[in-house]
Design a binder for this molecule. Structure first.
Ligand code: NAP
Length: 516
């Protein structure tokens, strides 16, 4: 095992917002490649969350009083530090999740890009704006944005660096404090990332990390937060939405997906097979925006299936803290059990395995081959339910219309992909697919990496958006301040009330005439 060393874990453990960690119950943290224990993490309590909120509320007042430009400097410094310390962060992400190094790198780049984008753009987006008032000239109206207060973030294990801190970075840019619960499997990634925030100059109480179980620490956060950002399963998202609804606090969630790819008959087959492999097997398929269904026009279906199966079978699978492997391990025992159950179920119900289809205990306890299925019947679990693993099914279709219809035949609506020889046709297909992001000639990265544009899900794939202006302003209360001058809304001094009320309708009509 490379770095991180025990000294690194000890240093990071001290950053958790848990008082007297040595007196607490602890949980084992495993190296995913081997399934062996490498260290422990203290388990937080409701009291820890309470303390974190008390400190965060105090710190937030001073943070909000600083100018948006001043706050942005901390984020820009953080982005530089993430780039400088990329290798350490990648080691930690690989250790806790078993992902191939290129996907650990993808995470670090994403954190840095997001922090840089908000660092550069938040000050402008947060400026107060003048807007048209009720009565031209006589009503002066402006809108200003003020932070919500303390934002709660609950994060999953699959992209434990970026999903733990990138949403928090936007909340900070808007002037909020953050209390984060990382996934119990991946607490050290979150701590390694916030260590760099602190080194960039962020006061420690402004971004507290409280590790611990969702049902305890997560619930305590939801009960105290002024806004909640959640990434995880649709089932947990629905529970949290209900809890937030009861408190009438804002809520945003990026949830699961059963993401489709449409391949038209004039697509370049080699290029599409390569793109499909990235789209389906990045991060071992444990990616909310991963492709799990491919609809391909019948004319090229066999040729595409052959090329894709061959590319899949040749993917370099293995453990290692370098860039040799294209796919790593799954993250846990429960992940490999779900993946194996979905494949076995599909095969038992008549599906054909074109590539992969088995666990690889020779490589590590949670390794499973990238798997391509065909002839998956509707009764199979993986026909409509998310596997969240390296399993993708190919479905030949008779037309683009059928492909679009089947792509949209889902409760989910997170991400989609289109490969076509015609840009015009690809754009038209993209317009017709119900998903928060659609990638053309790519599986997921083009839309996700367009940090200036909103990203999120339709249907049971989510509520709200991250990235771009929407991902910032959701952490603000918009406040409208309207000043009435010269003439009042209730009347004009010296003009009888009945006369004034008589001229109101013509004034409204005149406003319409001048385009208001
Ligand atoms: P999960 O069970 O929903 O867990 C995600 C987080 O929620 C963990 O930190 C978990 O804590 C916490 N949690 C669980 N129950 C909770 C509760 N009752 N109250 C408060 N917090 C609670 O999700 P998962 O199965 O680990 O993650 C995979 C899922 O996430 C997939 O469905 C995937 O599609 C989705 N996902 C979506 C995106 C996206 O951007 N759309 C990104 C990544 C993942 P503990 O586990 O530590 O107890």
């Amino acid at each position: 095992m490379p770095a991180p060393t025990q000294a690194t874990f000890d240093r990071l453990r001290a950053l958790a917002a848990i008082d007297h960690p040595e007196q607490r119950e602890s949980r084992d943290v495993l190296e995913a490649f081997t399934g062996e224990k490498v260290t422990t993490i203290p388990v937080g309590t409701v009291e820890d969350v309470e303390q974190a909120f008390v400190r965060a509320r105090r710190a937030q007042k001073q943070w909000a009083a600083r100018s948006a430009k001043d706050r942005a400097k901390v984020l820009l410094k953080f982005a530089d530090l993430v780039n400088e310390r990329r290798a350490d962060l990648m080691d930690m992400a690989q250790l806790e999740t078993g992902k191939a190094r290129q996907y650990a790198q993808e995470e670090t780049l994403d954190v840095a890009m997001t922090a840089r984008w908000y660092g550069k753009n938040a000050p402008k987006l947060l400026e107060q704006k003048n807007t048209a008032g009720m009565l031209p000239v006589f009503t002066n109206t402006r809108v200003r944005y003020q932070p919500k207060g303390v934002v709660g973030v609950i994060a999953p294990w699959n992209y434990p660096l970026t999903l733990a801190v990138s949403d928090g970075v936007a909340a900070l840019a808007a002037g909020n404090a953050v209390v984060l619960k990382p996934d119990s499997q991946t607490p050290y990634c979150a701590l390694a990332a916030v260590e760099l925030l602190y080194q960039a100059g962020l006061p420690r109480d402004l971004f507290a990390v409280v590790p611990g179980p969702g049902g305890v620490v997560g619930t305590a956060i939801v009960e105290r937060a002024d806004y909640l950002m959640f990434t995880g399963s649709s089932a947990t998202g629905a529970t949290l939405a209900e809890q937030c609804g009861k408190r009438l606090i804002g809520f945003s969630a990026e949830l699961g997906g059963k993401n489709p790819m449409v391949v038209t008959k004039d697509a370049d087959i080699a290029h599409t097979a390569d793109g499909a492999a990235r789209a389906a097997f990045s991060n071992s398929g444990q990616l909310c925006i991963s492709i799990e269904r491919i609809y391909v026009e019948r004319e090229i279906a066999d040729e595409f299936a052959r090329a894709f199966a061959e590319r899949t079978a040749n993917l370099a699978l293995g453990a290692g803290y370098d860039f040799t492997n294209e796919m790593g391990s799954l993250a846990s025992k429960s992940q490999i059990e779900t993946v194996a159950a979905h494949v076995d179920d599909a095969v038992a119900k008549g599906a054909t395995v074109l590539a992969g289809g088995k666990a690889r205990p020779d490589l590590g306890p949670f390794f499973y081959e990238p798997t391509v299925l065909k002839n998956v019947p509707e009764e199979a679990i993986c026909f409509a339910s998310e596997t969240f693993g390296p399993v993708v099914s190919i479905y030949p279709v008779d037309s683009v219309d059928e492909a679009v219809e089947r792509a949209n035949d889902t409760e989910y609506g997170l991400n989609a992909s289109v490969f076509s020889g015609s840009t015009k046709q690809a754009q038209e297909i993209a317009d017709r697919i119900n998903a928060g992001t659609v990638n053309i000639n790519e599986g997921y990265a083009a839309a996700w990496g367009s940090t200036a544009a909103p990203m999120g899900g339709m249907g049971i794939s989510g509520v709200g958006r991250r990235h771009g202006a929407e991902g910032l302003l959701k952490y603000c209360e918009s406040k409208t301040i309207a000043q009435q001058r010269i003439i009042g809304i209730g009347g004009i001094k010296g003009i009888p009330r009945t006369v004034f009320l008589g001229v109101v309708p013509p004034i409204i009509k005149a406003l319409k005439f001048i385009g208001r």
